[in-house]
Design a protein around this ligand. Sequence first.
Ligand code: SF4
Length: 207
Amino acid sequence: MKIGGLIKFTLIDYPGRVAAVVFTQGCNFRCRYCHNPELVYPHLLQGSMPEQEVMDFLHRRQGTLEGVVITGGEPTLHEDLLRFMADIKALGYLIKLDTNGTRPAVLEEAVKQHLVDYIAMDLKAPLEKYSLITGVEFDPKTLQRSMDIVRTCGLEYEFRTTYDKEVLTDADIRAISDSVQGQHYRVQECLPVAKEKATLKVMHTEL
Ligand code: SF4
């Protein structure tokens, strides 16, 4: 795994759980409001954190932390993600996976192997506007497949949209909400990137 950072304690990233957050490096989207460019753009990537360092930390926090959030970047791009999740599961942690939904086969396998307990999937825009947010073209059927997996997997889940008002309208938000029958759906404010930079500093803070 290429790991770009670790938050050692959070009460807000895994609903109802005391958790740590692992940030993976690399993403196949280039969202205009991306708050973690240091995890996305190859020229901004810094050295990776050794995976063993993360696992040693999780060993030490067994019984104190309940869950681990795996986020990015886009975690499902990593070929060894399922193995990494299995290693974390073996320590007794719950796992929340954040994803942009572009690798449904990985999601499906994580569910099938009981490696994930909570899935949070981004719905960035109505399909016809997706590339205006993400900066890339891709087959929208992959997103639909991921949505179906998330909705039917029987696990806790959420869909979420960052409301970029320069691209999206209220009608777009309603359309996205309707596409998931308004269930488990959350809209979050689009913060200016400069403000989000403060979050990145927290990412590397020892707690
Ligand atoms: S999917 Fe997330 S990490 Fe990737 S570019 Fe978009 S906002 Fe950034």
